[in-house]
Design a protein around this ligand. Structure first.
Ligand SMILES: Cc1cc2nc3c(=O)[nH]c(=O)nc-3n(C[C@H](O)[C@H](O)[C@H](O)COP(=O)(O)OP(=O)(O)OC[C@H]3O[C@@H](n4cnc5c(N)ncnc54)[C@H](O)[C@@H]3O)c2cc1C
Length: 461
């Protein structure tokens, strides 16, 4: 019997090895093909013109969508300008590598000014502020948790004067943008939009335990925090398609980029908006290449659309003379419009991390970064590499805020990992505030809770 089974095993191992080799080879070929396809696409782009009907500044989460929608009309010309480059890389596409995308080339690497009342565990009292500098913007480096925001938040915006931004107004657009793989027949979800939204194929057991534990203490288990009610704890849905990050570049821009009326200019840093004597935006100034390279200008026949993000958009307005007069004059910037609110009212969801040891296996570098896991991902887009790490979340109310129209004031993220030194460096933590075992490089199983203030009272500029 033994030799026979030996032969059988030998044959099947050979077959499996052959199968794996072919697939790994195919994956590599697909990767190389994608790289050349991107280069070919870049070269195929029409020459840059001196004017476009619409100029969109910033090809991030918003900019890619706007460019795709505007260029549906073949009678208008659209230019999309982005400071970063291609997003089509293995690290961007692979969900678990999200933490590796910070503090590198794809990140603007902002820091807050040193804080006096917060960030006390941070180097120099400064918090890192990751922002994507790449096609897709922050949607190319974020954690992919598909969270729309609370109904009451939108209704509050409308109450404050943002017409067209109530929950009832925005829901149809959420539904139209997504292709949800679970909620196929729901009044809250769409199934044939361009952006993939799905459940994770597999989650670490800590994530399920977190949801169960919340339920035990009265934070009820919910199926869909983007549905009827956001309150409760549940597994995250993610902006992924078949285990691959579905950033806005992949979902919206790539299907549109072959259009003759859409030009995408990457690695171009916009330095200002050009205004005419009537204070109308008539173009942009930008530089390509190294800092200090000569500025160039492109004209906009109809509109300049700013989608450079929460930091980039106000920064560009200020540099272009739109903002508080006194501040602009102090910096020698000619004033186009005295608008005191520009650059003010910055709000962030403050959070802190609480790590706990566990006896159960969680995501650690040594347990996740194995060849079988990599192969499983390359072949089937499955296993730990398809996880965004942030697999579950909870929305709760402390009952301390009666000004939120019933929206939760706390969200608790939960990671099925205590992370490593690099993760804490992403947050700019000082080494003495990290676990001793972590600093020593020991493997720690555990989980991290991240309680977040959703409506902080503190505001910045
Ligand atoms: C690390 C991280 C994790 C996150 N995780 C989640 C999550 O799990 N779920 C979730 O819902 N949200 C998450 N977010 C938030 C979410 O990704 C952002 O709110 C959203 O992507 C912002 O979109 P935006 O279009 O406003 O800006 P961005 O996506 O930042 O786009 C702005 C674009 O403008 C470009 N730009 C800026 N200035 C210039 C200039 N001068 N010239 C040319 N181009 C310029 C930038 O390079 C960028 O591409 C996360 C964010 C980060 C940073």
């Amino acid at each position: 019997m033994l030799p026979v089974s030996g032969i059988t095993v030998g044959v099947s191992v050979t077959v499996v090895t052959y199968f794996l080799n072919v697939h790994i080879l195919l994956s590599i070929v697909a990767g190389v093909a994608a790289y050349f396809a991107l280069n070919a696409w870049n070269e195929r782009q029409p020459p840059l013109k001196s004017s476009y009907d619409y100029i969109i500044v910033g090809a991030g989460s918003a900019g890619c969508v706007v460019a795709a929608r505007l260029s549906e009309d073949p009678n208008v010309s659209v230019l999309l300008v982005e400071a970063g480059g291609s997003d089509d890389t293995f690290l961007v596409n692979t969900p678990l590598s999200s933490p590796l995308l910070q503090r590198g080339e794809l990140d603007w690497q902002y820091k807050t000014v040193p804080q006096t009342n917060s960030c006390m565990a941070h180097a120099n009292g400064q918090s890192n502020w990751p922002r994507g500098k790449v096609l897709g913007g922050c949607s190319s480096i974020n954690y992919m948790a598909y969270v729309r925001g609370n109904k009451a938040d939108y209704d509050l915006w409308e109450k404050l004067g943002c017409k067209g931004w109530s929950y009832r107004d925005v829901l149809p657009y959420f539904m139209r943008s997504e292709s949800n793989t679970r909620f196929r027949d729901s009044k809250y979800h769409g199934t044939d939009g361009p952006m993939g939204v799905s459940d994770l194929k597999e989650v670490n057991q800590h994530s399920r335990l977190f949801v169960d534990a919340c339920d035990e203490v009265g934070i009820k288990k919910i199926d869909d925090y983007n549905g009827e009610s956001q309150f409760g704890a549940g597994l995250c849905q993610v902006t992924q398609e078949g285990g691959v990050r579905a950033n806005t570049s992949r979902a919206f821009l790539r299907p549109a980029r072959g259009r003759a009326n859409l030009r995408i200019l990457t690695k171009a840093h916009v330095t200002g908006i050009v205004f005419n004597a009537q204070k109308e935006a008539i173009g942009i100034r930008y530089v390509v290449g190294k800092k200090g390279s000569a500025e160039q200008m492109i004209q906009a026949n109809k509109e300049v659309i700013l989608s450079a993000g929460a930091v980039g958009s106000p920064q560009l307005l200020l540099l272009s003379g739109v903002g508080p007069k006194q501040q602009l004059e102090q910096l020698g910037i000619p004033v186009v419009a005295d608008l005191p609110g520009v650059g003010e009212n910055m709000q962030d969801h403050l959070m802190t991390g609480l790590g706990y040891y566990s006896k159960l296996p969680s995501y650690t570098e040594s347990s996740v970064g194995t060849l079988p896991n990599l192969i499983n991902y390359l072949l089937y887009k499955d296993g730990p590499f398809q996880s965004n790490g942030l697999e579950c979340t909870a929305f709760v109310s402390t009952g301390l805020r009666d000004d939120l129209l019933g929206a939760p004031d706390i969200q608790i993220h939960c990671f099925a990992s205590v992370g490593n030194v690099k993760d804490f460096k992403n947050l700019n933590f000082r080494t003495e505030f990290m676990l001793e075992d972590m600093v020593k490089g020991k493997t720690i199983n555990g989980m991290t809770f991240l309680p977040i203030l959703l409506h902080p009272k503190s505001k910045g500029a």
